[in-house]
Design a protein around this ligand. Structure first.
Ligand code: RP5
Length: 154
């Protein structure tokens, strides 16, 4: 993520990965404030064993696109909800990548971070039958939890 201030949002992705027992590192890597750190991370990520990168940033959110430029690994971008424009700036900064440098783009904010965790797990599950099983069970449990009729109690 681009800043400590992104962590409450990006923690949603971490929570999903914890629930599915997927190993991850959570790092602050800013495209603007720590460009050298971003460059080294992106360049070394594949060799260091990372398989999927979830990149969350807000405002002028260049981190996901820059990481996509630096690595062939799949990069999932999470537009963090900004104060000035409620995350529309973040979304547009991430989603409109030029052809040839793909960056997966999730929803703005916590839903996007949650889904980035789930999508990262789904990508990893293609090569990991046990994880695939855990992911399918996770989804089935969420489906069962949805009532068929609304309640006045909520
Ligand atoms: C971006 O600027 C970060 O990803 C964050 O969403 C936004 C604001 O950062 P802070 O000023 O809160 O550190 O680079």
């Amino acid at each position: 993520m681009g800043s400590q201030s992104d962590w409450p949002t990006m923690q949603r992705a971490a929570n999903i990965l914890d629930e599915l027992n997927v190993a991850y590192d959570a790092k602050i890597v800013s495209a603007h404030r720590t460009p050298d750190r971003m460059y080294m991370f992106g360049k070394r990520a594949a060799d260091e064993g990372y398989q999927v990168i979830i990149a969350g940033a807000g405002g002028a959110a260049h981190l996901p696109g820059m990481l996509s430029a630096l690595t062939h690994l799949p990069v999932l971008g999470v537009p963090v909800q900004s104060k000035a424009m409620s995350g529309l700036d973040s979304l547009l900064s991430i989603v409109q990548m030029p052809a040839g440098i793909p960056t997966g783009t999730l929803a703005i904010g916590e839903a996007g971070a949650t889904n980035a965790g789930l999508m990262a797990a789904a990508i990893l599950a293609l090569q990991d039958a046990d994880l695939s099983d855990r992911l399918q069970k996770w989804r089935a449990a969420r489906a069962v939890a949805v009532a068929e009729t609304p309640s006045d109690e909520v």
